[in-house]
Design a binder for this molecule. Sequence first.
Ligand code: ADP
Ligand code: MG
Length: 690
Amino acid sequence: MHSESPLTALNGVGPALAKKLEKLSLFRVDDLLFLLPLRYEDRTQLVKVGALVAGTRCLVSGEVLLAETVFRGRRNLLVRISDGSGQLTLRFFHFSRQQQAQFQPGMTVTCFGEVRRGAAGFEMIHPEYRLLRENQDAAMNDSLTPIYPATEGVQQGRLRNLTDQALRSMQESPPAELLPASVTSKLGMPSLAKAIQYLHRPPPDADIEQMLAGRHPCQQRLAFEELLAHYLSLRKLRALAETEDAVALDGGAREVADFIADLPFELTAAQDRVVDEILSDLSQPHPMMRLIQGDVGSGKTVVAAIACLKAIACGVQAAIMAPTEILAEQHWRNFSEWFRPIGIEPAWLSGSQRAASRRESLQAIADGRAQLVVGTHALFQEGVEFHRLALVVIDEQHRFGVHQRMALRDKGVSNAGHPHQLVMTATPIPRTLAMAAYADLDTSVIDELPPGRQPVSTIAVPQTRRDEIVQRVRSACADGQQAYWVCPLIEESEVLDYQAAQASYEALSEALPDLRVGLVHGRMRPAEKERGMQAFKEGLIQLLVATTVIEVGVDVANASLMIIENAERMGLSQLHQLRGRVGRGAAQSHCVLLYKPPLGRIAKERLAVLRDTNDGFVVAQRDLELRGPGELLGTRQTGLPDYRIANLVRDADLMPQVQITAGAIAKSSDTTAAAIVRRWLGDAGRYGKV
Ligand code: ADP
Ligand code: MG
């Protein structure tokens, strides 16, 4: 058997099992080597019944005293065992008669399971167990027991057996060592084969805590190589872009200058600088790949509009994609307003659009009548054919994956080349993380807010003072201001979210009979949602009750008061985004964080950070610190594909060395670089034609 053999080369793997294993992305024998355990159990030590602790998972061995079935609502098989230090009950709800007959008093049984406190002392429910014949040893394992990621119909025992076989085959044909020895020795990391062996079958004295925290040198060895693979692949993509053709957008200077001159405001110096960077990229015959980072409210949209206008003035199409319908619609409205005077009417494309209007949009996009297209991720789905797409703008990029970015880019590939790409994000991330996340992009930062903005003054108030806050809303609205009331996020359930919002809406309407109160939530039909937002924008609604659907990008300058309910449940970055909905006009804005006491330590700190700063970069940094290295920064937030072993936050400290190593490898050996990418990202590479 070879490490590259298909899984069916293993004993006990037929086509049916191979199919199930595909769900775990296992195709070849050596794929099993990289299927690392999620955790470990200690079955190397027998624990005395007298020393059991509820809640732990232990290995116990004892003599069967009695086995009986009892009826407690349903049939239970109870097996009482003793090891001399105490008695333990094994409880089974599902069992066969044959199983029941196995447990004869006097026999020795070894079992493993979670210890619980039952009515008559400790018990284990459905433990794994083995009956021992006379004189047979309780046969303990000589390594910690790995627990693998599960998939339906594949038991842990089976995965252990398969990885055993894969590890044996590794002894004969070890995976190629692709890291230079100078790097592994400098970082004090073991060889790849040694790391793999250790992580699958750690010795009894392994430091489980360190392994659970993902900081064991063997894990770091693999994480390093995985980060390296992603980094190399992104850099490759970047290098590729430099060799690809794109339409050089070098006309349209007058249109752009006129547009900027006609804006109702002056661009900030930061916007000016970033516009210059973009226009210079766009004039090149190679695709731009640029990221704009800019805090909430820094004015990214108008910068994107200028880029789009440049493209349109050069006779090609531009598309802008936003993560939510509300935001996409708002862009559509803004762009329509800005561009209508110069005769450009943006087309609209979203998932929930009516068939007829969708057909019309698709037609206009395909024949080029639509010079600008605004939409959600519906933009890169099948059936969307662009006439001549040369610029792709992606807003709030952290909500999209690299894949989606690539898919939209591929829409624009034509014989004129690849489209230029501009991605924008309001979620700044620390430098080491950005290194990994945006290795394929050049970065621009809008580090200045439009003039006259006053920082939002933020206070945290316990729910018990809710009435007082309601009165505050009343007097603010009586003064001609507008307010948002954001309802608690209830787990990930849209239904519960909606019910909470509905309830708040009713309560607030009743408490504030003299105000015009509106409601928007995620379950509304897009047209309804849009009507609500529009009424708020036009001032017809004074108080807008909303779920976190308004989190990204919504822009109503006259709104100057924001109440966030159950703020203690939300993350720092999310609160910062929400708060960014106010403070957009000249009036002093306020944000009230309503919380349910008592506050935990972290929640208290979170609220304090918001009270103390309005700076998104500071907020992002503190967010990461507070989450701690153990917490995953989800792929949704970074826009990154899943990592199998590395954790971008926990392992961010590896990035500077990853970067250096990548540079050295890319220079010395293309084949090594390709082999590393292939090992971790598959044959095709995840990022298109890498
Ligand atoms: P974000 O960067 O969060 O996407 P927006 O692009 O939504 O911010 O801009 C926020 C608001 O600031 C919008 O109403 C926009 O018209 C306005 N704005 C943008 N640039 C300027 C500027 N230079 N001067 C004044 N207002 C501006
Ligand atoms: Mg925005």
